[in-house]
Design a protein around this ligand. Structure first.
Ligand SMILES: Nc1ncnc2c1ncn2[C@@H]1O[C@H](COP(=O)(O)OP(=O)(O)OP(=O)(O)O)[C@@H](O)[C@H]1O
Length: 248
């Protein structure tokens, strides 16, 4: 087993995954993600983006290797992998999933409390993140009282609040209206940059990918070549470098 490069916080080699019905999810994907990098995983619908994120996060048992901070995740016991996910990883799904019985702030505070923070401290941090995501005034509401887009903002606040080492964001702005998307995405990316959170962001949208530092593109569960272009605008320059992908 060859150890990964030191400056890669996440490193995967030859990941392969096939679904129970025989659908090929991934066919030999290798990649490295550097510390504090925002990496976009691009590609059309069905190309394997979600599958890749789930394999990297240890949620699907892929063949191949996944290393986190030079520690092999693929050989960990399920309990150790679960602990790693709880303590170091964050996850945002394309659809907001919240605990209906808890208030908004309790939902956002949940990962902090699971990591051992006291209720008061967790509440303070959760409220700060809800404010940043422009949802602070709904802190005492229950999820059922919120719009779909508001619920997604809560999910993003919940994922960022514990300042995870690594955030997996699977089409995080998919449920938001067009006008909301750029703001929420910029908040997420700015927060990640200021807290040194490494982000792996699945998106089929080139404008979203343009906010990342780098893009790797998938097609039919395989990596295809990416081509780096100069920044497209001053905004993109401050928040990341634009890339476009070229399928080969
Ligand atoms: N639970 C499943 N069972 C069987 N096949 C699946 C399952 N989930 C995904 N697939 C298949 O695996 C392939 C990759 O799907 P995946 O969801 O990872 O792609 P994606 O790029 O994230 O697509 P999207 O942008 O639509 O979410 C597709 O062919 C898909 O149909």
């Amino acid at each position: 087993m060859v150890a990964p490069p030191d400056n890669d916080v996440l490193w995967a080699r030859s990941l392969q995954y096939r679904y129970d019905d025989g659908s090929p999810g991934l066919s030999g994907v290798s990649l490295g993600v550097r510390e504090s990098e925002i990496l976009a995983v691009g590609g059309p619908r069905g190309s394997g983006k979600t599958t890749l994120l789930r394999c990297l996060a240890g949620l699907l048992p892929a063949a191949g290797e996944v290393w986190f901070n030079s520690v092999p995740v693929h050989t960990m016991s399920p309990v150790a992998r679960e602990r790693l996910r709880r303590d170091r990883f964050g996850w945002v799904d394309p659809e907001p999933v919240l605990v209906p019985e808890l208030t908004v702030w309790e939902n956002a505070a949940l990962p902090l409390m699971l990591r051992g923070a006291g209720r008061g401290r967790a509440r303070t941090v959760a409220l700060e993140w809800l404010e940043r995501l422009d949802i602070g005034e709904r802190a005492r509401s229950h999820p059922a009282e919120l719009t779909h887009a508001e619920r997604q903002r809560v999910c993003i606040a919940r994922a960022l609040a514990p300042a995870p080492s690594l955030l997996f964001a699977d089409e995080p702005t998919a449920p938001l209206h067009r006008a909301d998307r750029a703001h929420v995405l910029r908040t997420l990316i700015t927060a990640a940059r200021s807290h040194g959170i490494t982000v792996v962001l699945a998106t089929h949208d080139p404008q979203t990918a343009a906010l990342a530092d780098r893009t790797v593109s998938l097609l039919d569960g395989r990596r295809v070549r990416t081509v780096h272009l100069p920044p497209v605008s001053a905004t993109a320059e401050t928040e990341g470098r634009a890339t476009c992908s070229l399928s080969v």
